[in-house]
Design a protein around this ligand. Structure first.
Ligand SMILES: [Mg+2]
Length: 200
């Protein structure tokens, strides 16, 4: 199957990087599972302008990849999916230096998969046409591809728990679970194919 992955919050642990930089540069402790723009601005940890500068630091500092950790289980399970014969591709909002950082990070973790950057203000709709599966930590992205991707998964974090994914995506809490879900999908697909072959 063709599997699309978001980068930040699905492959690399963006929340952890945000919490790390907030502590190191700004001296504030924030739980990494909650560290999104809403939480940081709403709790007056940073102003709106302050957040823009912070975001630049997170995405565009070329050394940022040194401090980015994978989401638990991401690296092994991506390799497993590829070994199972799936085509895995990353579609991310990152472009320019931010995309270079992601590429460096993938190399560092010996992950060999294509990555496409589409820009922070854009929908991923056109870039994910033809995919069987897409995984994102932003519900809004998933809600915009309902007509083109049949199986959509929301990677669950504290910062997206407040959003109701019903009817838009299936929430998964770990890479282990995600791998199982994909395995079951593939298994059901194979069974359907066999059945179809028997009846024709
Ligand atoms: Mg993301």
């Amino acid at each position: 199957m063709k599997i699309g992955l978001d980068f930040d919050g699905v492959v690399s642990n963006l929340g952890k990087l945000k919490a790390f930089v907030l502590k190191k540069v700004y001296g504030v402790s924030v739980p990494h599972t909650k560290a999104d723009a809403f939480y940081i601005i709403e709790n007056k940890i940073l102003s709106r302008d302050g957040y823009i500068a912070f975001k630049k630091l997170i995405y565009e500092d070329i050394d940022a990849h040194l401090f980015m950790e994978p989401v638990r289980g991401a690296v092994t399970n991506i390799k497993k999916l590829q070994a199972d014969g799936h085509e895995v591709k990353i579609v991310t909002a990152r472009t320019g230096v931010a995309l270079d950082v992601a590429n460096k990070w993938l190399k560092k973790h010996h992950l060999h998969l294509p990555i496409e950057g589409i820009g922070f203000e854009n929908t991923k709709h056109d870039a994910v046409k033809g995919f069987d599966i897409y995984v994102d930590d932003l519900l809004i992205q998933l809600s915009q591809m309902m007509d083109v991707v049949p199986h959509r998964y929301l990677f669950s974090w504290g910062y997206n728990e407040k959003y109701d994914e019903m009817g838009i995506a299936h929430r998964v809490k770990s890479w282990h679970k995600l791998y199982d879900e994909i395995w079951n999908l593939e298994h059901a697909r194979k069974k359907r194919k066999q059945k179809h072959a028997l009846h024709t």
